[in-house]
Ligand binder design. Structure first.
Ligand SMILES: Nc1ncnc2c1ncn2[C@@H]1O[C@H](COP(=O)(O)OP(=O)(O)OP(=O)(O)O)[C@@H](O)[C@H]1O
Ligand SMILES: O=c1[nH]c(=O)c2[nH+]cn([C@@H]3O[C@H](COP(=O)(O)O)[C@@H](O)[C@H]3O)c2[nH]1
Ligand SMILES: NC(=O)CC[C@H](N)C(=O)O
Ligand SMILES: [Mg+2]
Length: 528
């Protein structure tokens, strides 16, 4: 088969965000992508050679908790600034750049946290189009007191004698504040100034060329081999499947695992929505007994996650053998497609240097003896980017705008041991919450609303003049941009009241409904 090269296929050199332990490295990468420039995060432990091996179009040094003059502080090799790659330093990254090039950085005694006024003395490149006075978001106790030789000072604030600088000839730029947070109203403008003018990049990274690039990559990776795709009916796997289908068509079989941890109606929906719209080949596996059996007796969240991750793979292996047998050919299935996203990777501690928060079943929860090669075309994307790719591919809107539902499903929403009876209770409560949120027209306003069963907790209630001793369920409505941070959604009281009344009336084992009012951080979205 010959393939015509796709004219839209371009390979985008990344803007690397070097993470110095910032709260906001993720956000910097997002903002760069919002400017239609491709970006990736790398740990500060990467050497200059490692960074240059990625052929970066530009580099951004993030903020971080350290002080450049302290022993053991992460260090920037001055060789980085000799490589001819445009660099923007932010906060710690700005201070580290200053220190590496011979400027002075010291404590000021005047810390600046939050909204801070800066005076722009010369707009230069990064601040071009800025007013002389603006408010920016600061979070620091150290400051650059003298810029290195060759740099022009662009701005100052009460606590930062040098609040921004640049060396146009060497294309090196820095700001003390955080342009990536929305509390810096002109922050995005400053980032775009750096990208477009400072680094000379074009805003040409978008859903259309993600599709073209990924289709090429998938073809190159799988050749004419047979592929299976774990399809949950969720956004990520549907978009991943659509990409692979576009790339290698009939070599693909999707596998939907009914692990018994699904919500009511889930299995039917996959067939109805996705298969009907795309005509993809689908294999449905009933693995309910298998998962329940494997989970019996386990209460530790990480153990549960690892068991689920392992069982998923065992089921995919079995399905792969069946696909081969059904095709009547000997060649085995080598590739497994998963709809893994960037946040799944980062949270599983795979973001190089990031802590393991929880093992996502499809990343940190994978067994060590995995036989498949993974095809993960969405591995560097955020959810909103995946949605844009899905729309570009013509995935039905009903799927593209679905709220996320985790692969381990209700298994990580039952706090305690997972049993068939507890699953029935939680499913009954969950469907009520979903119905009422949909009825109130709130589906697009919230990111998702886990319903959590506190299976080992009981409380006393009174119903029909009698005493009850039932379980509480927790409603966890959240709003988010990308699941990395979230806030609890202020749902209307009357909607909450209806959900509470219906759950306690219709689910006999539940006699109390509580609302989780914790943002992320400190809470995660799911309870386990
Ligand atoms: N029931 C399932 N059957 C087969 N594969 C699954 C199932 N649940 C999850 N997976 C696989 O695990 C991956 C990660 O799950 P995850 O829930 O993050 O994504 P999703 O279900 O595709 O999308 P969403 O985040 O919108 O729920 C999926 O993309 C899919 O490949
Ligand atoms: O496919 C998945 N496999 C998992 O193991 C998993 N754990 C959490 N999630 C989803 O990820 C987002 C962030 O969740 P947390 O704040 O709980 O980490 C939320 O959208 C969660 O629903 C998962 N999705
Ligand atoms: N947010 C930051 O990057 C802080 C940098 C440095 N730790 C300071 O306090 O000045
Ligand atoms: Mg899902």
């Amino acid at each position: 088969m010959t393939q015509t090269p796709d004219p839209a296929a371009t390979t985008h050199r990344p803007v690397l965000v070097v993470d110095f332990g910032a709260q906001y490295a993720q956000l910097i990468a997002r903002r760069v992508r919002e400017a239609n420039v491709y970006s990736e995060i790398v740990p500060h432990t990467a050497s200059v050679a490692d960074l240059l091996a990625k052929d970066p179009a530009a580099i951004i040094l993030s903020g971080g908790p350290s002080s450049v003059y302290a022993a053991g502080a992460p260090f920037v090799d001055p060789a980085l600034f000799e490589a001819g790659v445009p660099v923007l330093g932010i906060c710690y990254g700005f201070q580290a750049m200053a220190a590496a090039l011979g400027g002075t950085v010291a404590q000021t005694g005047q810390r600046e946290y939050g909204g801070t006024a800066v005076a722009v003395t010369s707009a230069g490149t990064v601040l071009s189009g800025s007013p002389d006075a603006q408010t920016v978001w600061m979070s620091h106790g150290d400051a650059v007191h003298a810029a290195p030789e060759g740099f022009e000072v662009l701005a100052t604030s009460a606590g930062s004698p040098v609040a921004a600088f640049e060396d146009r000839a060497r294309r090196l730029y820095g700001v003390q504040w955080h342009p990536e947070v929305k509390h810096s109203p002109l922050g995005q403008k400053a980032l775009e100034n750096f990208l477009y003018q400072g680094a000379g990049l074009s805003p040409d990274w978008n859903a259309g060329n993600v599709v073209a690039e990924q289709v090429d990559k998938i073809r190159a990776q799988v050749g004419d081999a047979r592929v299976i795709c774990g399809l949950s009916g969720g956004v990520d796997s549907s978009v991943a499947a659509a990409l692979v289908q576009k790339a290698v068509g009939s070599q693909l079989t999707c596998v939907f695992v009914d692990h018994g941890l699904l919500r009511s109606g889930e299995a039917e929906q996959v067939e109805k929505d996705f298969v009907a719209a795309t005509g993809v080949q689908l294999k449905v596996v009933d693995a309910r007994e298998r998962f329940l059996h494997a989970l019996a007796g386990h209460t530790d969240p990480e153990t549960k996650r690892k068991i689920i991750g392992r069982e998923f793979i065992r089921v995919f292996e079995q399905a792969a053998r069946e696909v081969v047998a059904e095709a009547g050919e000997g060649e085995e299935v080598k590739f497994l497609v998963q709809g893994t996203l960037y946040p799944d990777v980062v949270e599983s501690g795979g973001g190089e240097g990031a802590a393991n928060i929880k093992s996502h079943h499809n990343v940190g929860g994978l067994p060590d003896d995995l036989q498949f090669d993974l095809v993960e075309p969405l591995r560097t994307l955020f959810k909103d980017e995946v949605r844009a790719v899905g729309l570009e591919l013509g995935v039905p809107e009903g799927i593209v705008w679905r709220q996320p539902f985790p692969g381990p499903g209700l298994g990580i929403r039952i706090i305690g041991e997972v049993t068939a009876e507890r699953l029935d209770i939680l499913r009954a409560a969950d469907v009520i919450a979903r119905e009422e949120l949909t009825r109130a027209g709130l589906d697009r306003d919230i990111w998702q609303c886990p319903v959590v069963l506190l299976a080992d907790v009981r409380s006393v209630g009174v119903q029909g003049d009698g005493r009850t001793y039932g379980h509480p369920v927790v409603l966890r409505p959240v709003s988010s941009e990308d699941a990395m941070t979230a806030d609890w959604t202020r749902l209307p009281y009357d909607v909450l009241a209806t959900i509470s009344t219906r759950i306690t009336n219709e689910v006999p084992e539940v006699n109390r409904v509580v609302l989780d009012v914790t943002s992320k951080p400190p809470g995660t979205i799911e309870w386990e």
